[in-house]
Design a protein around this ligand. Structure first.
Ligand code: ADP
Ligand code: MG
Ligand code: MG
Length: 252
């Protein structure tokens, strides 16, 4: 589904990604772990098509097509979803309106009929309960005044509504207490399916106790320096990033 070959990317003239190689198949859950500043969010943003990041070389194929040629909106329509590490607030645009527009754009792309306001409201209310968000959040401005945890749950609600082919979740665990982490993880697990792939980006292994990945990769200094199965995340938790010769501010 996703094939990344020797990807290099820069931001403001500084090279951040220095040759990423990654293959993701439908149905798989991959975790990208790594210390702060290693390039995890940069990789997520490059895949989603954020223009602040310049791809200087390499190739990314999504379902066999060159992803890097496509605009952000096109990538979204084709099923790439990014939940931001820092979700954006869009005051004045209701969450409900925003979500319905996104869902209908995707339905249109697939040749499916658009959902009217009443149909969508019914669906959105069900999904909001699934992530333990009060349906009143649907009427508020997108992420406007939401707490950190509410923003994260709102992002997962978006993913559940959009049903993307590839969901990239950047630090979905940050700012969540244990209960919210459980709810958010249940939401992500509900997204798991044979025809969907999930790329989880996380600094900490605790999220991976709830969302068990098929593959784990360690990103450091803009390169994947180690890949393995779930046990790699457990090993990292036990030994810290220092075990791999990487500096991390959270390692004692
Ligand atoms: P991580 O998500 O692993 O913590 P990031 O991808 O956010 O790492 O950042 C990697 C490096 O790129 C850092 O040195 C960061 O300061 C830099 N960087 C990322 N985004 C930007 C940006 N928009 N402008 C300037 N520097 C950036
Ligand atoms: Mg960071
Ligand atoms: Mg980050």
């Amino acid at each position: 589904m996703l094939s990344i070959k020797n990807l290099h990317a820069s931001v403001e003239g500084k090279e951040i990604l220095k040759g990423i190689n990654l293959e993701i198949n439908p149905g798989e859950v991959h975790a990208i772990m790594g210390p702060n500043g290693s390039g995890k969010s940069t990789l997520s943003q490059v895949l989603a098509g954020n223009e602040a990041y310049e791809v200087t070389s390499g190739e990314v194929l999504f379902n066999g097509e060159n992803l890097l040629d496509k605009e952000t909106e096109e990538r979204a329509r084709e099923g790439i979803f990014l939940a931001f590490q820092y979700p954006v607030e869009i005051p004045g645009v209701s969450n409900l309106q925003f979500l319905r527009t996104a869902v209908n754009a995707k339905r249109k792309h697939l040749g499916e009929p658009e959902m009217n306001a009443a149909e969508f409201m019914k669906l959105a209310r069900e999904v909001s309960k699934q992530v333990d968000l009060n349906p009143d959040f649907l009427k508020r401005g997108v992420n406007e005044g939401f707490s950190g945890g509410e923003k994260k749950r709102n992002e997962i609600m978006q993913a559940l509504l959009l049903q993307p082919k590839l969901a990239i979740l950047d630090e979905t665990d940050s700012g969540l207490d244990i209960d919210a982490l459980k709810v958010a993880s249940d939401g992500v697990n509900a997204l798991r399916s044979a025809d969907r792939a999930i790329l989880m980006v996380t600094h900490y292994q605790r999220l991976l106790n709830h969302i068990v990945p098929d593959h784990v990769h360690v990103l450091a200094g803009g390169r994947i320096i180690k890949s393995g199965g779930r046990e790699l995340a457990l090993e990292l938790e036990e030994k810290g990033y220092g075990w791999l010769g990487i500096k991390d501010e959270d390692d004692a």
